[in-house]
Write a protein that binds this ligand. Structure first.
Ligand SMILES: C[S@@+](CC[C@H](N)C(=O)[O-])C[C@H]1O[C@@H](n2cnc3c(N)ncnc32)[C@H](O)[C@@H]1O
Length: 215
């Protein structure tokens, strides 16, 4: 019986890490202070072959600590870019096929309604649409968000997947403590929003194969 309990307990960390295994050629958008990119590189399970880490903010608007993280990443061979809009990737990238595209805790930092919707609802749909041409057919998009009724209602990630041409997404619990050195920051300040919440989900989206047979 103890063996069964132990093997059941062992499954949980493996499940939690599943989305983060074998990331290959990875693009991170909306990286904030760039600490998540650093933490992924320190985890053997991620098997990163190349990393492009980007911030939405322009270089001139970054704090000293973010520049320090960016410089560390550059020194170890990461391509670091600033001023990258996740909803308009074509403005920053030539055609490319990433294995994985990651957006941790997307948040526009505004509540002004857009087209009658919360701006985060609109942003995530535009991001998924913009990212699809930059993904291998076998690739995946990873998005982590707070798991509560408010955020679930705002993002509506299952509907966003269908809207943007992805299979029904899978979810995994997200534990920020697993990512050593990761310090999550809010969009408009350096405070951690994760402190105010205790349940997080990582959503994994795979592109729908839109191959159609024409007669
Ligand atoms: C809550 S913070 C999370 C930062 C970081 N990913 C983390 O987990 O600590 C949300 C981030 O989304 C970024 N963001 C907002 N709109 C964006 C957009 N259109 N494209 C890319 N990033 C965006 C903000 O600049 C901010 O860094």
């Amino acid at each position: 019986m103890f063996d069964t309990i132990k093997s059941t307990i062992d499954v949980f960390p493996k499940m939690r890490l599943k989305p983060w295994a074998s990331l290959g050629d990875v693009l991170l958008v909306g990286e904030g202070n760039m600490s998540f990119a650093k933490s992924l590189l320190a985890m053997p399970v991620t098997q990163i072959t190349h990393m492009t880490a980007t911030t939405f903010e322009k270089k001139k608007d970054l704090s000293h600590d973010v520049i320090k993280n960016a410089n560390f990443l550059k020194r170890i061979g990461v391509l670091v870019m600033h001023g990258v809009d996740a909803t308009k990737l074509e403005k920053s990238f030539k055609p490319h096929a990433f294995d994985t595209i990651i957006f941790q805790f997307p948040n526009v930092g505004s509540r002004d309604t857009k087209y009658g919707h919360n701006p985060n609802h609109v942003m995530i749909r535009k991001f998924l649409r913009s990212a699809k041409p930059y993904l291998k057919l076998s690739g995946k998009i990873i998005i982590s968000v707070v798991d509560n009724p408010h955020y679930n209602g705002v993002f509506q990630l299952e509907e966003a997947a269908a809207f943007a041409g992805y299979e029904a997404p899978e979810t995994y619990s997200f534990d920020p403590h697993v990512f050593s050195g990761y310090f999550h920051t809010n969009t408009n300040d350096e405070k951690s929003a994760l402190e105010d919440h205790n349940k997080f989900l990582t959503w994994v989206f795979r592109p729908k194969n839109e191959f159609t047979i024409r007669h």
